[in-house]
Design a protein around this ligand. Structure first.
Ligand code: ZN
Length: 291
């Protein structure tokens, strides 16, 4: 039996099981203070651990964070602007409370792993998983290994062209202003148009602009990593008219430069939603635990 935590900036999802067809229990609760939130997660796992011992727990967390097992600060959320959470030793707190092995990575790398094991990236060894929600995050695999490197990818903070005439909104990233997340996250949508994305009608000018920004970022990622597939999830993508717009703009911006039938003719199976839906994160955390 394995435990998984999808540690998000607004909610925690915890589950116990071995995979999508074998989840014993799943709980969701809001992310409040570190002490209160971690105590709730630990209490959930402890109850299961006493009934049937857990072999390990995987945590896919918001960040930035330290995913390097050889680092003295492994398992901590590092410089997050989320109040109270900077320098929180999340993995250490869970490991000490339960006495089990804990694996720790970004929420998007965990979700990518879940999609590869059970979802839309099965059989692939180079792909990206992006979530467009409150922020924008990206993870994935290159040549069969989860993307790490110096720290971990921060795809949400790439710089993309910003046409100030078409869009005078300055962007909302506290660090960079008009980086990708600053222009195209759910927070940016809400700040620019005065209401959240799920309150904007399908014919609102917000959507072609959103598709343009998402496509600009995706083209950069496609050109850098050459992913075999792009999985695009998160709350903003709940507007189902958006994904077809993004696909068309990616094709138009690449302009047949990449001679890849997957992009030129089969883009509906190239840029796809997560097959595991909103359980990609917590299932990915279980897959991480099993690694
Ligand atoms: Zn930024």
């Amino acid at each position: 039996m394995w435990g998984g935590i999808e540690a998000g900036g607004t909610k925690f999802v915890c589950a116990v099981g071995t995979g999508p067809d074998d989840l014993l229990e799943e709980v969701r609760f809001p992310t409040t203070t570190p002490a209160e939130t971690i105590a709730r997660a630990v209490a959930f796992f402890r109850r299961h651990h006493q009934a049937k011992p857990l072999t390990g727990v995987g945590i896919g967390s918001f960040g930035p964070l330290d995913p390097d097992p050889n680092s003295p600060t492994f398992g901590t959320i590092t410089t997050t602007p989320k109040p109270g959470w900077a320098h929180t030793d999340l993995a250490g707190a869970v490991r000490r409370a339960l006495g089990v092995r804990v694996r720790f990575d970004t929420d998007v790398n965990a979700a990518a792993l879940g999609e590869r094991r059970w979802g839309a990236a099965q059989g692939l060894d180079t792909f990206v998983y992006l979530t467009v929600g409150t922020g924008i995050g990206g993870g994935g695999m290159a040549n069969g290994g989860l993307l790490h490197g110096l720290i971990h990818p921060e795809m949400g903070h790439i710089m993309i062209p910003h046409d100030w005439e078409r869009d005078p909104f300055p962007g909302c990233c506290p660090y960079h202003g008009d980086c990708w997340e600053g222009l195209a996250s759910g927070s940016a949508l809400e700040a620019r148009w005065g209401k959240p994305g799920d309150h904007l009608p399908v014919d609102h000018p917000a959507w072609p602009l959103e598709a343009e920004y998402l496509a600009l970022g995706l083209v950069n990622i496609i050109c850098v990593l050459s992913p075999q597939r792009v999985i695009l999830g998160g709350g903003v993508m709940a507007q189902t008219a958006l994904l077809p717009l993004v696909r068309r703009r990616v094709q138009a911006l690449l302009d047949d430069y990449l001679q890849a039938p997957a992009i030129q003719r089969q883009i509906e199976t190239y840029i796809v939603p997560p097959a595991l839906g909103d359980r990609a994160g917590v299932l990915g955390a279980i897959a991480l635990a099993q690694q």
